[in-house]
Design a protein around this ligand. Structure first.
Ligand code: ITT
Length: 197
């Protein structure tokens, strides 16, 4: 069995890149698509997993390096689970994450059917053309008014169940070790352990 000594972290999102880097073993060399001049593929999938697979395949084929990609997002129950796979596109549409968060808060208030929400991450690793593994992680919680300055994306408006702080109020490490990406990574880790030095 071959051993992985480097991984392309197939994302252009800096927050996601840092979290995935910190979850991977220290001795694995981490490479970004940016450093190789590889742009993002179009996200045409209908689910988180279709999109993480599509990204991993794209970056693997461009680089020939074992690739780990993430597709993730925030689902708000009373908004028919929007923004979901369109989480990043909502930010583009509304002119940034701050505006997208304001929009979510406005809609949740207007609908007045509770604040239940969840974050999901689908991680796909492309070891080679025949060995591809996808795992999902999900964390349930609720929408809160904007609080905190840490993290990225929708972190200021999400409080995970069993906690009182938003992701953006938590210390970086405290979020890293409970979030949707961590849950997905722990499942994946069991399956790739033997490939890592
Ligand atoms: P790549 O496709 O290059 O990975 P992206 O930002 O477009 O980057 P996604 O398509 O997966 O990534 O979009 C998911 C969005 O959901 C992303 O822009 C984040 O802002 C948000 N998101 C995902 N995980 C998050 C987290 O842990 N905290 C806050 N926001 C998160």
């Amino acid at each position: 069995m071959y051993k992985i000594n480097k991984i392309l972290i197939g994302t252009h999102n800096k927050g996601k890149y840092k979290e995935i880097s910190d979850l991977l073993p220290r001795n694995v060399v981490k490479i970004s698509p940016l450093s190789l001049g590889i742009e993002s593929p179009e996200e045409t999938g209908k689910t988180f997993s279709e999109n993480s697979l599509l990204k991993a395949k794209f970056f693997y084929e461009k680089s020939n390096i074992v690739t780990l990609s993430d597709d993730s997002g925030l689902e708000v129950e009373c908004l028919n689970n929007e923004p979901g796979i369109y989480s990043s596109r909502w930010a583009d549409e509304f002119g940034g994450f701050d505006n997208a968060m304001t929009e979510i808060l406005k809609r949740v208030k207007k609908i007045n059917k509770g604040t239940k929400a969840s974050f999901t991450s689908s991680l796909t690793i492309y070891l080679d053309n025949k060995k591809i593994i996808t795992e999902i992680g999900k964390i349930n919680g609720k929408i809160s008014k904007k609080k905190g300055l840490n993290g990225f994306g929708y972190d200021p408006i999400f409080i995970p169940n069993g906690h009182t702080k938003t992701f953006a109020e938590m210390e970086y490490k405290d979020k890293l070790l409970i979030d949707h990406r961590y849950i997905a990574y722990k499942k994946l880790e069991k399956k790739i352990k033997n490939y890592i030095q």
